[in-house]
Design a protein around this ligand. Sequence first.
Ligand code: THU
Length: 148
Amino acid sequence: MLANEMTEKERMIRRLIKEALHAREFSYAPYSGYCVGAALLTQEGEIYTGCNIENAAYSPTNCAERTAFFKAVSEGRKHFIAIAVAGGPNGKTITQYAYPCGVCRQVMMEFCDPKEFEVISAKSENEYEIRPLEAYLPYGFGPANIAD
Ligand code: THU
């Protein structure tokens, strides 16, 4: 039973990474040349993808993770299980893990339980690291802190 559950989870992780790598192909990164893709799994079982979208004025740039979150939230989804992220220089094999930036971690904190939500940083479907959001944003500030 446990082995089956592990297999199911592993299969979903691989699927998310595959979707993130596919989304990365749409990355618009003419300024940094660093292309990122993300795939976000909702509690309903859907996957929302995103890529980084840069801008000539630089600061309007949106990361792949936030693109995926904003797509999902703008379509009514608010409960999330995990996100896969894959990034690296345009046209090259990914050799390093891409970890979410501080702004994206804060956006995740808004919608996700930091102990439950899992962040998967991937080089390929077989090479990845997985950690709870809490590991990336310890003592994070979120909606629970504002509530009484
Ligand atoms: N970027 C992401 O999209 N996600 C990350 O996890 C790290 C950084 C983007 C922002 C910018 O377009 C480029 O990568 C270089 O920082």
